[in-house]
Design a protein around this ligand. Structure first.
Ligand SMILES: Cc1ncc(COP(=O)(O)O)c(C=O)c1O
Length: 379
């Protein structure tokens, strides 16, 4: 049996999404920028997808800019805020995704902007008083704080942060890559300037996503070279990807409460079973359902001599999990998120992440393999 519990890295594409993409791959090859009928046909597919996405998020279609995924959208949001909106101060946290951390570093080096890191609680919760203190500085600010952390699942109260940013006339960008398709969004209500999306996190195709830019906020092209996406993102559009993204979002929101209940049920079950298996077990991040992304569980296992081999051993037993985000798991350095919350790095930390396709049988299988591995290593 092979059990995939690394859905925060990426999710399997839904069969319905593949079905929606196949006719486009087979038949709709026109360049969307061409004015003839072949071009108009693919252009229409893009615009229908854009309208459908905007409807789900209660925003205007013109506020959606298709990109190659979350990393590009995060880069574009921060760069736009600095280059086009005059932000001189990036307020962020040390546990943001590297797409934000590295962009902030680059803007600091290239544009001389100030970068401040907000204080975090041990579970990764943002200290809103500290955020307000940072916002009181004179410089025009962009706040970039993710909706849910991709490694430890802790959620940000979006509306509260959005209101704070309004109070101090700051721009607000939230990396919503892990929560898009997993929570409802009402963008008119939330009043955020920029949010980001990657289709592959909710059973859509890889290499496609979008940046939402509030109509009252300015944005700037990161990729120049064409009039596509109203001149904000040059390059021939990933038409099949965009169609797949829209379909994946339809599916995600069609039955959201049922998906949420199913996945949260698996996460709660895994927590309770792990507590029964081990006396000395901890969980990183906030694990309360109301303040934790239900698809992610980061477990701090008891210390064992074979800690360094745990992911490999689980992989051999058919369990695919990770020690951190997929982008950093190949690196020799540990997770910057766990370091950022002062986690005990001498214990094996494993991220389990679930999807609506994960079953209780798979969780039971994983628990049994974990029991066997630790029985041997702790003995
Ligand atoms: C929170 C977060 N932001 C951004 C990204 C990057 O998205 P993409 O892989 O589409 O570039 C990821 C993906 O791992 C993520 O988890």
């Amino acid at each position: 049996m092979a059990v995939y519990l690394d859905n925060a890295a990426t999710t399997p594409i839904a069969p319905e999404v593949v079905e929606a993409m196949i006719p486009v791959l087979n038949n709709s090859f026109g360049n969307p920028s061409s004015t003839h009928s072949f071009g108009r046909e693919t252009k229409a597919l893009i615009e229908t997808s854009r309208r459908s996405i905007a409807k789900h998020l209660n925003c205007q279609p013109s506020e959606i800019i298709f990109t190659s995924g979350g990393t590009e959208a995060d880069n574009m949001a921060l760069t736009s805020a600095v280059v086009h909106c005059g932000a001189e101060h990036i307020i962020t946290s040390e546990i943001e995704h590297k797409a934000v951390v590295c962009t902030a570093d680059a803007l600091k080096a290239q544009r001389n902007v100030k970068v401040s890191y907000v204080k975090l609680a041990k579970d990764g919760t943002v200290d809103l008083n500290d955020l307000e203190r940072l916002l009181q500085e004179d410089k025009k600010a962009i706040v970039s704080l993710m909706h849910a952390n991709n490694e430890i699942a802790t959620l940000l109260p979006l509306k509260k942060v959005s209101e704070l940013c309004k109070k101090y006339d700051a721009c607000f960008h939230s990396d919503t890559v892990q929560t898009m398709g997993h929570y409802p969004f009402d963008l008119q209500e939330l009043g955020i300037d920029y949010i980001t999306c990657a289709a592959h996190k909710f059973h859509g195709p890889k290499g496609v996503g979008f940046l939402y830019v509030n109509k009252n906020t300015k944005s700037e092209a990161l990729i120049h070279g064409g009039a596509q996406e109203r001149g904000l993102r040059g390059g021939t559009e990933n038409v099949y990807g965009i169609v797949g993204l829209a379909k994946a979002m339809d599916l995600a929101y069609a039955d959201l409460p049922a998906h949420q209940e199913h996945v949260q049920g698996l996460k709660s079950y895994m927590i309770s079973q792990l507590k029964e298996l081990f006396e000395d077990i901890e969980f990183h991040g906030d694990i309360r359902p109301e303040s934790s992304l239900y698809t992610v569980l980061n477990v701090c296992f008891p210390r064992t001599e074979k800690a360094g081999m745990l992911l490999f051993t689980l992989d051999l037993k058919g369990i695919a999990v990770s020690g951190g985000s997929a982008c950093s798991s190949g690196a020799s350095v540990g997770s910057h998120v766990l370091t950022g919350i002062d986690a005990d790095m001498t214990r094996p930390n494993v991220r389990f992440s679930f999807s609506r396709y994960t079953t209780k049988e798979e969780i039971d299988f994983a628990l049994e393999q974990i029991r066997v591995v630790f029985e041997k290593t702790l003995a």
